[in-house]
Design a protein. Sequence first.
Length: 273
Amino acid sequence: MKLLSFQVAGSGEKLGALVDDKIFALPGTMVQFFALDASAKQAAIAGAEVAYDLNAVTFLPPITNPSKIVCVGLNYATHIKEMGRELPKFPVLFAKFANTLVGHEGIIPYPTVSETLDYEGELAFIIGRTAKNVKRADAFAYIAGYTCFNDVSVREYQQRTVQFLQGKAFDGTGPCGPVVVTTDEIANPAELHLTTRLNGQTVQHSALDDLVFDVPTLVEVVSEVMTLNPGDLIVTGTPGGVGTARKPPLYMKPGDVVEVEISNIGILRNRVA
């Protein structure tokens, strides 16, 4: 199933199921939908009557106000090599916040304080139920679905200190979407492929089986540290090809269009302005 959060003509947040090019409205929010048991979910879907055309809605981030956005740095060998770093023994974790989130076709604000705005196409997954001290073998039972994410980074600020946070927390630097594909349609995320394009040119491409720490490992490690709540996002890292590692660097500028495409999920598209 493909789920999305959206607005119509300035309405409040709505939840929908995408079927072909039609969106069928469901009750509640995505997090509330995740909390339903299987029979209640089926009843909600069967009772969906109001349909909207895909081109008539405004996409919101799939989860508009998660309690946590946990990101993983240096999680592809290609990216580790281009950044001149050593293979980490443990996942490198940092945070983004809800102020960064932008929906599909939303605007990435160009920062007035720096010219080092960079793209990072990534797979994100959404926690579906409370998770604490989850073992790797049980991890998939706690995941509700998968989506595309762009961990947009202001490199000048990221590189000011050994901590990543400053360059990762600018407003509008967390495009996410367009949909969440539930786990019944993606049995193994390692079989997916990720492509990032800047103004139509491919700048990143990788199979997701190249992750140093795969999805089940991330659930295990992160849930050791903190309780994960329904709707929390874990963003799994970016492959090689980021703009800051290129010679000369390739940073985004106003007017650029950046796309993150993941097979079986879709294309997340945003414009810098």
